[in-house]
Design a protein around this ligand. Sequence first.
Ligand code: ADP
Length: 498
Amino acid sequence: MGNTNLAAILASSDSLSGSRQFFDLVLSSSPDVVFVKDSEFRIVMANPAFLSLYPEDMRDKVIGFTTLEEYDEAQAEEFLTHDRVAFETGESSTIETIDFPDGKRRVLSTKKIRFEQGDGSQYIVGIGRDITDIVAGQEALAVSEERYELAVAGSAAGIWDWDLTTNNVFWSDRIKRQLGLAGDNGTMGIAEFIARYHPDDEERLAEKLRAHLQDREPYDVEFRAWVNGEYRWFRSCGQAVWDEHGQPKRMAGSLEDVTYHINAQEKLAQSMERLDEFAHIASHDLREPLRGIGSLVEFVKEDYGDTLPSDAVEQLDRITELKKRADTLVAELLQYSQLAHSEKRTDTVDLNALVAEAIRILPRDASHSVDVVSLLPTIVCEPVAIRQLFQNLITNGLKYNESANKRIEIGVIANDEDDPSSNETFFVKDNGIGIATKDQDKVFKIFQRLHGKTAFGGGTGAGLTFVKRIIERHNGTIWIESEPDEGSTFFFTLDAQR
Ligand code: ADP
């Protein structure tokens, strides 16, 4: 009827308002069930909605009947009880779950009202609304709310829910505690919350929020907020809901105090830095006494070589050998610490050319083949370091290899199509001796070898540590898939910046 006033139409149209036709129209189109019972509980009138609760072949057995025999005893008794209450008190209301003769179970909210005809006979009119779907919806909601509350209670995060149309925010109790909002009444508007952000984080957070609400980018932020006299770190993830015009109307998410984790990360980073500094100073300072030892041995040999017994000369040669090994170790330690300290000099590099160069400088040997099996991308990286990385992996693949035909394959696996931000994975695969799972972490530790000092041509155990550092400098990760005697594949990622 739109804005038209129904009462006005009815008043101006006596023929319609007074007519039985109108009454019938309302009853027959009502989705609610309407019935009238006499004092013997027989149905004397029922609308189509009521009749449709009965199978078609029963519908002519409804008017004039009680239909009670169609229900089980308890159900029939319940109908009668409410009928009686209505007859006695004038009215009854009930919500009942009924197994109807059409085989369906429904929940009806029914009101019964007594009325009298001119001849004094009493009737009740019943109006029932099918609320089955509403009840089922409420039950499903209760289950999901319960599940949600359990999940939230079991995690360290609290929940917020922001109505963007009114700007009201719901904060769960855990958030209130984390934000130092005292008692049950303590609450806070969104503006008040934003005012607590650390000034250095404000702009970034505003941009993240804009990107989520407008461009629907994921919202997952870490920031500092002022709580009880100090800045604490929080992580918040959220998800908005948009209306049919694409306007965000609500956003809900989690908030967790991550100060402890951030502090631990910072401490770890600091101690790593101190370790790098130590390695840098130690390696630098060790070079001088080592040089001194070398010179002294040479002097002794030059000045007294002729007069010394031969086993003493042998001992001196042994000192020179050990000194050389110490030189190598110190040089590698220095290189390792430089990988942490030196400034990153990046360039746009075609990896096909870079890997070809790394292969070209390998010692030639007919018993081995090194092949690039896929087209490599052009990336922004530190060319010298990345070439060293490929060189180390290829050299190892040939060195720790007892196959008659040593084979190395270098390639790339495209990034995950579903996640455009994912990086491609590079690999260097060999048919060498393999590495047991338990040793796969060990090989990346500095000066760790899985073999004796001279086995497989010797080595210091620093090569893979460099490889790992170089990858970390490019924000990537490295891992191994290998089994003893089955060859090894080194997989790694590099930051996808192009
Ligand atoms: P180095 O070769 O100087 O010993 P690395 O750091 O390059 O140092 O390697 C550490 C150890 O890891 C090696 O001693 C070797 O035992 C093992 N390793 C490295 N690469 C491979 C490979 N491709 N196959 C089998 N074992 C390997």
